[in-house]
Design a protein around this ligand. Structure first.
Ligand SMILES: NC(=O)c1ccc[n+]([C@@H]2O[C@H](COP(=O)([O-])OP(=O)(O)OC[C@H]3O[C@@H](n4cnc5c(N)ncnc54)[C@H](OP(=O)(O)O)[C@@H]3O)[C@@H](O)[C@H]2O)c1
Length: 284
């Protein structure tokens, strides 16, 4: 039995859909299981990674774990609780959703957190696979309101080129690593097949929805002010701006890998495909 965490989010919801599609039974952990999509072979169970006492029943008889939480301030604690529960339940293999550039030296707090959890997992005695995806195409969905109301897309990444990845392709890689044995002990950097700038992203979405959009190349101070006004906590803003600084500078952040094609047999979705599939959201 595979236990999927983060199963109501972008990646996890697609992981359970893909497992259901290939008739692999799975249990989906959710704080509110009523939010889960009803799928053949998928059992939704109530559990909260912040409440370790809810976990033994959820983890019972599970042999594999897909480990993901959102960017929340207690992510390290939540994932620690999941690793402890997995060991106690006799889970054999954990596939951890980490991040591109996870490192103790990352300027981004999120990059350092992911590295910390990777290390804990590696020392836990459990078999592991690390998935390190690059910047999500789905991040643009958070800018739908800017597009609809003002015809603009903001970024502090300047003209930096980013190999955006669709979360549906990350989920496809996760499903493969959860169901085939040869991925134990591997770290996979998951990217799209083309590195493009936010200015190009703006052009692609504009062309898809038939509207001229403007790219706003923000300074870090402008981005900080806008995101603060939007209600984001400062740790998340600083973490995102640290990533934008890497992207603005270019270099290693432009790295493209063939992991999606190698593991799934299909090329990763292009940004144009993503824009086409989400045109209704961007049109409003
Ligand atoms: N955005 C990027 O460009 C990027 C790039 C690389 C890596 N990443 C990493 O990707 C991950 C986010 O993936 P995503 O976008 O698919 O996630 P998401 O859509 O934000 O979903 C987060 C999931 O975590 C669950 N969760 C949160 N707190 C929980 C708790 N206390 N107990 C149980 N479940 C809890 C949420 O469940 P509820 O329904 O209960 O809220 C939800 O299913 C983060 O670790 C991030 O660092 C992001």
């Amino acid at each position: 039995m595979i236990l999927v965490t983060g199963s109501t989010g972008f990646i996890g919801s697609e992981v359970v859909r893909l497992l259901s599609q290939v008739d692999v039974p799975a249990r989906a952990l959710a704080r509110n299981p009523d939010k889960g999509q009803k799928l053949p072979g998928i059992t939704w169970v109530a559990g909260d990674l912040a409440k370790p006492e809810t976990l033994p029943a959820v983890f019972e008889n599970c042999t594999k774990l897909f480990l993901l939480t959102g960017n929340v301030e207690n992510a390290v604690e939540l994932q620690h609780n999941a690793i402890v529960a997995a060991r106690q339940a006799g889970v054999e293999h954990v596939v951890k959703l980490s991040a591109f550039g996870a490192s103790p030296h990352s300027n981004s707090l999120i990059g350092r957190w992911h590295y910390q959890i990777e290390k804990e997992l590696q020392k836990s005695g459990l078999a592991w696979t690390m998935l390190r995806p690059h910047h999500f195409m789905q991040n643009l969905l958070a800018q739908a309101e800017n597009i609809i109301k003002n015809g603009v897309i903001y970024s502090a990444a300047g003209e930096g080129k980013i190999p955006f990845i669709d979360t549906r392709d990350i989920a496809a890689v996760a499903a493969v690593t959860l169901t085939q044995p040869e991925h134990i002990g591997k770290k996979y950097v998951i990217t799209g097949s083309e590195a493009i700038s936010y200015r190009q992203v703006t052009e692609i979405i504009g062309a898809e929805i038939g509207r001229e959009l403007r790219y706003i190349d923000e300074s870090f101070d402008e981005a900080r002010a806008r995101l603060t006004k939007a209600g984001q906590p400062s740790w998340l803003i600083e973490s995102s701006l640290a990533l934008a600084a890497y992207q603005r500078a270019g270099g290693p952040t432009e790295t493209i890998t063939s992991v999606v094609a190698d593991l799934t047999g299909k090329p990763p979705r292009t940004f144009a495909e993503f824009a086409h599939d989400h045109a209704a959201v961007f049109r409003g």
